[in-house]
Design a protein around this ligand. Structure first.
Ligand SMILES: [Zn+2]
Length: 390
């Protein structure tokens, strides 16, 4: 019973509205087939958890009085919110089947029914209904967004693009970035099928939608690298410096691979140092330390790292410092190893990525947030963003 109490509030409001409205219409309408008592009867059934009987009463009212339609829409959506989807569907199907509804009301009922189907997991029916709604009203944003979500779920990227463009036509704030992500998904599909020409075409379209699409730059770099076009790959990766530096940490390993394939080992350190001046980040500091150690030895790596940490402290940097130092001085190994292990344990469970939209955190990069389903909102976390817990 308790979980029905919250239902009272909107229903009480609806009944108040209904009774007031009938009173107002008392003189205007001579033929009143529905009495408020029938409404109360339906309400009682509902409160006594006899939902099916309640629906029968409401549906009967519907046959005689079009003005309670809004209330039916509200009751139907309440059923859906409570998880009683079949009942919601019954109410909304009855509404839709009723002849003589105005186009607006019918569209509203169809949309509610589409939401019921979606909740029930009946994606095909949801899609059909939304297409029917859009057919008569192609700027119905709610139906367009439901369709977009379905196509994303089903990975129907061309259809998602089509719907995305319709949404864009209605709301300019729906940026091309999302459509660019759909083209990136198509590029990934083509790449998986070894159709690199198609993958490149899709990436061109992604850039046309959003010249700042970091994911497209990374994918293009990956394709060129796999095709052994290392100079082109480096150029593609370096696009990120201007367009989307927040994703730079995703490409350090790949860009080093390309430099090595080009036999440009001597250019790596100057390049990374220049990059560090423009886009400082602990990930890059660690990469540069590793390269310095490989190319010039532990001493050079320690000099660089300790100098950088003095200006910009970092737990991961300190951990790396201990590791380097332990390789250098045997006498300090016991403590530096212990300190390093403690630090590593502290760092172990720290998330590496966070969604700027919903705060979702994780250790793997996602282009589509698993929590809020927004595109391109997840970035690598800088250590200072972890907060005061460490
Ligand atoms: Zn999110």
């Amino acid at each position: 019973m308790l979980n029905l109490l919250w239902l009272l509030l909107p229903l009480a409001a609806a009944s108040g509205w209904y009774l007031a409205r009938r009173e107002y219409r008392q003189n205007a309408v001579a033929d009143q087939k529905i009495s408020p008592s029938e409404y109360v009867k339906g309400l009682n059934f509902l409160l006594n958890e006899q939902s099916d009987k309640a629906i029968d009463v409401f549906v009967k009212m519907l046959e005689t009085d079009e003005e309670v339609i809004e209330m039916h829409l509200a009751v139907g959506s309440l059923f859906r919110q409570r998880g009683e989807v079949e009942r919601a569907i019954r109410i909304h199907q009855n509404l839709v089947a009723r002849p003589g509804l105005s186009e607006g009301v019918r569209g509203q009922a169809l949309l509610e029914l589409a939401r019921d189907y979606l909740r029930a997991g009946l994606l095909d029916r949801t899609e059909d209904l939304c297409l029917e709604i859009i057919d008569s009203n192609d700027d119905n944003l709610s139906a367009l967004h439901i369709l977009k979500d379905i196509y994303e779920q089903e990975k129907e990227w061309f259809r998602a693009i089509e719907v995305g463009r319709k949404i864009q036509a209605v709301t300019p704030e729906f940026k091309g970035g999302v459509i660019a992500q759909y083209f990136c998904e198509l590029a990934v599909d083509a790449k998986d099928q070894k159709d690199l020409a198609q993958a490149r075409r899709m990436l061109e379209k992604a850039f046309a939608e959003d010249p700042f699409c970091g994911r497209a730059a990374i994918l293009l770099g990956d394709i060129e690298k796999e095709s052994e076009n290392y100079a082109a790959a480096i150029a593609a990766y370096r696009r990120l410096e201007e367009s989307a530096p927040q994703y730079l940490s995703e490409i350090y390993a790949s860009i080093l691979e390309c430099y090595e394939a080009m036999h440009w080992q001597k250019r790596i350190v100057p390049y990374l140092k220049g990059l560090l001046d423009r886009h400082h980040g602990i990930e890059l500091v660690l990469v540069l330390s590793r390269v310095l150690k490989e190319q010039k030895g532990v001493e050079a790596a320690l000099d660089f790292l300790s100098g950088d940490l003095a200006g910009k402290p970092s737990l991961r940097g300190i951990s790396c410092l201990f590791e380097l130092e332990s390789q250098q001085t045997r006498r300090k190994r016991k403590f530096s190893t212990l300190a390093q292990q403690s630090l590593d344990r502290l760092l172990e469970n720290k998330p590496t990525y966070r969604c700027a939209n919903c705060g979702f955190t994780g250790v793997v990069m996602h282009w589509n947030c698993p929590s809020c389903k927004q595109w391109g909102t997840i970035n690598a976390i800088q250590e200072f963003q972890w907060g005061a817990s460490i």
